[in-house]
Design a protein around this ligand. Structure first.
Ligand SMILES: Nc1ncnc2c1ncn2[C@@H]1O[C@H](COP(=O)(O)OP(=O)(O)OP(=O)(O)O)[C@@H](O)[C@H]1O
Ligand SMILES: [Mg+2]
Length: 169
């Protein structure tokens, strides 16, 4: 039908919260129901910038770490990008996250940094111009998948005739 659009749905959460698992499951399920769905990952470690980020995270390269200084600085490049219709925050305590397999050797894969990441999420979630929804990520993969699929379908219905917004504008 003319004018209808898809939904931009973002999965967020600390390391090990289940973003990749749930993203894959959601796309598979939506495709199974006949929807067109695509999974995008950030950073995309196959692009030029993605490779740079990847080698930094793998500690092969050292760069000046602005992320430690200022959340506003981090937001700048994303201003004006397509605004997510729904941001699902997969909430998991750092303790529970750590139980899901050992942290690897990547930079930031440690509890104290993950705690800082969590605090930044809580700060960003105060922004009422964004549609955050907190999901309990300690549930089983299957139960969480069913909940995520259900809210994703509601959002797809709600936004299909509405214009896409611009982030932080
Ligand atoms: N609901 C769950 N219950 C138990 N284990 C889970 C659950 N969801 C994911 N896992 C497991 O936890 C690990 C991390 O999951 P996943 O890779 O999906 O997380 P992520 O948020 O994408 O992590 P990262 O930030 O490191 O990319 C995997 O081994 C996955 O199988
Ligand atoms: Mg992942």
């Amino acid at each position: 039908m003319a004018g209808r659009r898809g939904a931009l749905i973002v999965l967020e959460g600390v390391d090990r919260a289940g973003k990749s698992t749930q993203g894959r499951r959601l796309v598979e399920a939506l495709r199974g129901d006949g929807h067109r769905a695509d999974l995008l990952r950030f950073p995309d470690r196959t692009t030029e910038i993605g490779r740079l980020i990847s080698s930094y995270l793998l500690k092969e390269k050292n760069l000046e770490d602005h992320a430690n200084f200022c959340l506003d600085w981090c937001k700048q490049p994303d201003i004006g990008l397509p605004k997510p219709d729904l941001i699902l925050f997969l909430q998991l305590s750092p303790e529970e996250a750590a139980e899901r397999g050992n942290f690897g050797n990547e930079r930031y894969e440690n509890s104290s940094f993950q705690e800082k990441v969590l605090q930044s999420f809580y700060h960003l979630m105060k922004d009422k111009t964004l549609n955050w929804k907190t999901m309990d990520a300690s549930k089983s993969i299957e139960d969480l998948h069913r909940e995520i699929k259900s809210v994703a379908e509601e959002t797809m219905q709600e936004v299909q005739n509405k214009p896409l917004g611009q982030l932080w504008k």
